[in-house]
Structure formats: structure tokens, C-alpha cells
Ligand binder design. Structure first.
Ligand SMILES: Cc1cc2nc3c(=O)[nH]c(=O)nc-3n(C[C@H](O)[C@H](O)[C@H](O)COP(=O)(O)OP(=O)(O)OC[C@H]3O[C@@H](n4cnc5c(N)ncnc54)[C@H](O)[C@@H]3O)c2cc1C
Length: 349
């Protein structure tokens, strides 16, 4: 079911100006698939009205979960498939968080809520326009999700860009979509996959490809000119920060580095502020404002009625009234509304 924020219009807010506007959908689970060790794909039905760009993320919220923990019922997850696909797919490393335990046990047909920004920020994690500039992805582990979606999309749309994917994992067993990427690279001469393993001694599989961390030597070997490409890096902070540091060392301009940090949940939280919550806040604070004005009017009228004259005494009653209302308001904001509105700093609800 789509809960489109019609109230925005009624409130006279310009939707086109609100780049943080988002759409919400309840979607049913269709299937699950193991794509690497401890890593699953969750396949959901795609509502007809749902549109997204390759590499875009959604905020997924569990509906009435049987358990929860302090980290809440929502996570930001990138869509692993392309806009052309008939389903919606997310992929994640399974951990012991309540969110992932509940998702892991979810039955086919059960629903989750997803929210997506209607105007995805262009120019951030979207492949650049100029096809003469190669796109180079520097990815580790689960950070492959946006890269996989973007690379498949570029191939589907027959984009002329040269694409290089440096893909680092400890072992082939840990590498989501490795087979699929190897097949894509075989079939598409414009796409080069450089997969590298950093802990092959712990693997049961054989490996003919690169080993060791992505470094300047490895980049030079496949790219030649390191200065001309536009670089994309995504995943956990450790990987994203390491790749940014490497690119800085090489002397790449910041404008040529696009990154998506999966651990940077505070920033994403700010970017996905719920419109309905915002509208609720407008009403609440509007209501509180009205209550204050009303309180002051009633109090001063009573003072005037009681003493029937304008005196210094009444003025002090009036001032005390204002101070009292302000104190009550402050107490309400600090203790009650803070909790009610979910203003816990940095928390993803
Ligand atoms: C834009 C974006 C895209 C992402 N895409 C993917 C993806 O495709 N696949 C994927 O696996 N992961 C993705 N992530 C990361 C994902 O949201 C989870 O953080 C991650 O999967 C770990 O979740 P967990 O439940 O296993 O870990 P946990 O450590 O149990 O939970 C991590 C979550 O807890 C919350 N949290 C952390 N610290 C605190 C705190 N001190 N107080 C309150 N809450 C806290 C945060 O919301 C964080 O998302 C993405 C993140 C972002 C920002």
C-alpha cells in the first residue's frame, strides 16, 4: 500500500523544492537466496509505482517484529538489482542484530515497509555522464551491492563507459555476486573485473586471480593512467576510508571520488527525515505555540478581571504567567516531546 504524503500539498509545501520527499510502500517477501557465506539476498515484490535509480538505497522497517533491540527496526539497504528487474532485491551480511534475525526468519508473503527518496541526489552515487572518462569501482565485501546494481544497469543501458571493478574480499567464499560479475566481465569487453583475495590461506577454493589489498601498484597495473578516471567506493567505513586515503596519496581530486559509507548512519538519517513526522512536528509545535498564546491571554484577562485596574501588580501577574508557561513548555519539550518525537540523537528509528 502506498502512503503518499498528500498533506504536503494541503500544507502548501512545494514538492519539487523538497528534495527529501519520499514514498513509502509495504512490500511482501518473495524469496531468499544465499549469495556468499553469511550473506543473503532477500527478494521482494516490486509495487507498480516504485521507481529507483541503480545504486539507490531504501530505508527498510520491520512491521510489528517479534523482537527488537536498541539499534531499532530500520536499516538503510541498497537495492542490488536494476530498475528494469521485476522484483526488488536487497543483500546483506547476516549478523546477530534483532533486525537481521527477524528478517532471516521472515516467511514468504510477510511484509516490510520500505521508504525511498523520490528525488535521489544526482551526482553522488550515480555513474557520471561523460563516457570518455572511465569509471573505476574500489569495493570491498558487502559494498559490492551498489556497484553491482550500477554496473549491471550500465551494461543493460549499453553505456559506452569503460568500467573497472577492483573487488576485494578475504576469500572467494565471502564474495557476494562473484560468479555473476565474472560472467558479466566475460560477456562485456567494456567491463573489467579485478577480484582480489586477502586471506586465501583460509579458503577451501582455488584462486587464480589477484591476491592482497588494493594498492597503487595494483591500480597502475590495470589502469595505467590513474589520474583520468572517476572513482567510486562503497561499503563499511574501514574500506571507504582506506580507499579514499589511497586515492588522496595518488593525488586524485576530491571531485573525482564518489563514496557511500554504509556505517555513516547519522548522515543518512538526516537525509531521510520522515515527511509525515515532519508534518506531525509542524502541527505539534503550532499547537504548542497556540497553547502558549492562549495561556498568556487567559492569564492576563483573569488578572485584569480580578483587580479591574491596570496596575504594577497586574503587570507582575502577567510576567509571572509568561514565565510559568515558558517553564511548562521547556519541561514538556525536554521530558515528553523529546521521547514522543523520537529525537534521540543519531538514532535510526
Ligand atoms: C546508504 C547506505 C546503504 C547501505 N546498504 C547496505 C546494503 O546494501 N547491505 C548491507 O548489508 N548493509 C547496508 N548498509 C548498512 C546497514 O544499514 C547496516 O548498518 C548494516 O547492514 C549493519 O546492520 P546490522 O543489523 O548487522 O548491525 P548492527 O551493528 O546491529 O546495527 C547497525 C545499525 O544500528 C544502528 N546503530 C549503530 N550504532 C548505534 C547507536 N549507538 N545507537 C543507536 N543505533 C545505532 C544504525 O542504524 C546501524 O545501521 C547501508 C547503509 C547505508 C547508510
Amino acid at each position: 500500500m502506498k502512503h503518499y504524503n498528500m498533506l504536503l500539498g494541503h500544507l502548501g509545501l512545494d514538492k519539487s523544492m523538497n528534495s527529501m520527499e519520499k514514498a513509502s510502500f509495504e512490500i511482501a517477501l518473495k524469496g531468499k537466496k544465499l549469495i556468499a557465506e553469511r550473506t543473503y539476498e532477500f527478494i521482494f515484490e516490486k509495487p507498480q509505482e516504485f521507481h529507483f535509480n541503480a545504486g539507490q538505497h531504501v530505508r527498510m522497517t520491520l512491521l510489528n517484529p517479534p523482537e527488537t533491540d536498541s539499534k531499532g527496526n530500520s536499516r538503510f539497504l541498497t537495492l542490488a538489482n536494476t530498475p528494469k528487474d521485476k522484483d526488488l532485491i536487497v543483500a546483506m551480511r547476516m549478523t546477530d542484530s534483532a533486525f537481521k534475525r527477524v528478517l532471516g526468519k521472515m516467511q514468504i508473503g510477510e511484509k516490510v515497509l520500505i521508504q525511498i527518496l523520490l528525488h535521489s541526489p544526482h551526482g553522488s552515487f550515480v555513474i557520471h555522464d561523460d563516457p570518455s572518462i572511465p569509471a573505476v569501482f574500489l569495493i570491498g565485501g558487502i559494498g559490492i551491492v551498489p556497484a553491482y546494481s550500477m554496473i549491471k544497469d550500465a551494461i543493460e543501458r549499453k553505456l559506452p563507459h569503460k568500467i573497472f571493478l577492483f573487488y576485494s574480499n578475504r576469500r572467494p567464499e565471502d564474495a557476494p555476486y562473484l560468479d555473476e560479475l565474472q560472467n558479466l566481465a566475460k560477456q562485456n569487453p567494456k567491463f573489467t573485473l579485478i577480484a582480489t583475495m586477502t586471506q586465501m590461506e583460509k579458503s577451501k577454493k582455488s584462486w587464480q586471480g589477484e591476491t592482497g589489498f588494493i594498492d597503487q601498484v595494483m591500480l597502475k597495473k590495470y589502469l595505467g593512467d590513474l589520474k583520468s578516471p572517476i572513482y567510486y567506493t562503497a561499503g563499511l567505513s574501514e574500506m571507504v576510508n582506506a580507499m579514499k586515503a589511497l586515492l588522496k596519496e595518488i593525488g586524485i581530486n576530491e571531485e573525482s571520488i564518489h563514496s557511500e559509507d554504509f556505517s555513516n548512519f547519522k548522515m543518512s538519517m538526516m537525509n531521510m527525515t520522515d515527511n509525515s513526522k515532519r508534518i506531525k512536528n509542524y502541527f505539534l509545535f503550532g499547537g504548542i505555540g497556540l497553547m502558549i498564546i492562549l495561556g498568556v491571554i487567559v492569564h492576563s484577562s483573569l488578572a485584569v478581571l480580578l483587580f479591574n485596574a491596570f496596575s504594577l501588580k497586574n503587570l507582575s501577574y502577567f510576567t509571572i504567567g509568561i514565565i510559568l508557561v515558558i517553564i511548562i513548555f521547556k519541561i514538556l519539550v525536554i521530558f515528553k516531546f523529546k521521547h514522543h518525537l523520537g529525537f534521540k540523537h543519531g538514532e535510526e528509528k
